[in-house]
Design a protein. Structure first.
Length: 452
């Protein structure tokens, strides 16, 4: 980002709509663009219904102009926002004219990147903007809003502050052993016991934050559930049943499903990618080339699944062919129980009886899927109003911090402890974006849309 760069972009999608928005951000040169485009320099935080003028002072369109003076703006720079009729020609004419006046077209995510670089938001908040836009449920939107409001950031910064205070006091005790009786930063007298208690407190804060972060991480991470079984046991029927749509073709012919079918669904607010696979069988003589490819792909999906749904039909009890997969999280299901009399249905705690035709046992299956995925750690996460969005990058550094603490932090107050505390501090600072490398920054903001 060049210091005197002025950027502009359409903030609304291309196409015809009632309103189109253009944003312009930069230094005091934005005032010069305002003078040319509007005919005057607007007051900060005032809305004006005004004509938008071209180079010949002819009206391009009429609409609303809003000006936000630095530093009280989204980017921390001067921002002029133009709201016109949402015709593509109108928007293109205004953008081209603004570029002719000295601006350039913004890169993806550059407005939010400038907000981060100008210390208007930290990196967690910046990343959450993308999650707000891409939210695909009320729950994921709520977690993204919480992150943008700084819920996660405040927790991280609180621990960083604790570490800095502790590190300063450890170094004070090492360098001035005869003077640490005086109060230095910590209100209580600095003693070895006090410092050791502070070390334990940091670990407690990290573990408590990890539990909260794990909830947010899971909400924003899609779980891969793979349906497997022999041919014609009802895998595609179960797939349609769980997706509530006829996504898969269903016939009585073995090997109807040749390729993978993938659909994104939500179960109790949990984002899931559900995969239907080709039937797995061992009689290779009767398997054609296409079906072999389908089985090979099914096995590849099994290897990376978070949860397997192993489906049997009502006559099948032998699951030897699938035993090697039971080391993963798996639920064993017996389908087509509607074809069996109630007295003949075998009750087995390890097998869930279902009927994709009558929906019998489907509710129980869904509850078991939820229980298996969430387990005890996040069983109440759906109701938690304070859950925040957590990206893979953020959770990685949080875990890295905790693992480093476990391996290196001890009860000996020496220079090594001070060094280790400093490393913990740096890992946590990576999460909020302190001293972030340019290539990482570029990678993060390249995922954004232009105009945000």
């Amino acid at each position: 980002m060049k210091k005197n760069d002025i950027i502009c972009a359409k903030a609304t999608l291309y196409g015809h709509s009632s309103v189109g928005i253009i944003r312009i951000s930069g230094d005091d040169k934005v005032n010069r663009i305002s003078k040319q485009l509007l005919g005057f320099i607007p007051k900060s935080r005032h809305a004006y219904y005004t004509p938008f003028l071209d180079i010949n002072k002819k009206i391009i369109d009429k609409g609303i102009a809003l000006f936000f003076k630095s530093p009280k703006s989204y980017t921390g720079e001067n921002i002029l926002e133009i709201q016109t009729h949402g015709g593509p020609i109108i928007l293109d004419l205004i953008v081209r004219y603004v570029i002719n006046l000295g601006a350039r077209l913004a890169k993806p995510g550059e407005f939010t990147e400038r907000a981060f670089l100008n210390n208007k938001i930290d990196l967690i908040q910046a990343e959450s903007v993308f999650d707000i836009i891409k939210a695909n449920s009320k729950l994921t939107l709520k977690t993204a809003i919480n992150s943008f409001e700084g819920v996660f950031s405040k927790n991280i910064k609180k621990i960083i502050k604790e570490i800095i205070i502790l590190r300063i006091n450890v170094e004070a005790m090492i360098n001035f052993p005869n003077e640490f009786k005086e109060e230095i930063i910590i209100k209580k007298t600095i003693t070895k016991t006090n410092i050791l208690n502070k070390i334990k407190k940091i670990f407690y804060l990290l573990m408590t934050l990890k539990k909260k972060a794990f909830k947010g991480y899971l909400i924003n991470t899609k779980f891969k559930i793979v349906i497997v079984g022999k041919p014609n046991v009802g895998k595609s029927s179960l797939f349609n049943c769980l997706t509530k749509k006829d996504n898969a073709i269903i016939t009585n012919i073995k090997g109807t499903t040749r390729d993978l079918l993938k659909v994104n669904i939500f179960l109790y607010g949990i984002p899931i990618i559900l995969i239907d696979t080709a039937g797995i069988r061992q009689d290779e003589k009767n398997i054609n080339v296409i079906e072999k490819i389908g089985i090979k792909r099914a096995i590849e999906e099994i290897k990376t699944a978070d949860l397997l749904l192993i489906l049997l039909d009502n006559k099948e009890n032998n699951i030897d062919i699938f035993k090697k997969y039971l080391k993963k999280n798996a639920l064993v299901l017996r389908n087509k129980i509607d074809l069996i009399k109630n007295k003949e249905i075998k009750q087995d705690k390890k097998i869930i009886n279902i009927s994709t035709k009558t929906q019998q046992g489907i509710k129980k299956l869904k509850q078991n899927i939820k229980k298996t995925i969430l387990k005890k750690t996040i069983k109440n996460k759906i109701k938690d109003e304070n859950v925040f969005c957590v990206k893979h990058r953020q959770f990685y550094f949080l875990e890295k911090t905790i693992n480093y603490y476990i391996r290196n932090i001890c009860n000996d107050i020496n220079e090594r402890l001070a060094e280790n505390l400093y490393i913990l501090q740096k890992y946590l600072e990576e999460i909020v974006g302190f001293n972030l490398k340019k290539n990482i920054l570029k990678k993060i903001f390249n995922n954004f849309c232009i105009g945000k």
